[in-house]
Design a protein. Structure first.
Length: 91
């Protein structure tokens, strides 16, 4: 980018240069945060953008309880999913 062809005062040139540095710094921070999120995001089965925690847990529960026969199996699966979800929330 740069100041090629720009006509203005010295103050304008300083402001443009400062804003350009700020944009580059913001882009660098964004890329760093994106890289950290990608590396830390492995194994986060319950994390979904925009979904409430109860919605996410309920969806996982529905997917995992297909085919359960007894009430005991149902309760055990519910407890296991709740524990896994709370563990991921702490991380």
């Amino acid at each position: 980018m740069g100041l090629q062809g720009y006509v203005g005062t010295g103050h304008d040139a300083q402001r443009v240069a400062r804003q350009q540095k700020e944009r580059e710094e913001e882009k660098r921070r964004f890329e760093e945060a994106k890289r950290r999120a990608e590396s830390a995001g492995d194994g986060k089965a319950f994390k979904q953008f925009g979904a409430g925690s109860s919605e996410t847990l309920e969806q996982a529960f529905r997917n995992e309880t297909v085919g359960l026969v007894t009430r005991a199996e149902f309760a055990e699966k519910r407890q296991t999913l709740q524990e896994r979800y709370e563990e991921e929330e702490r991380e």
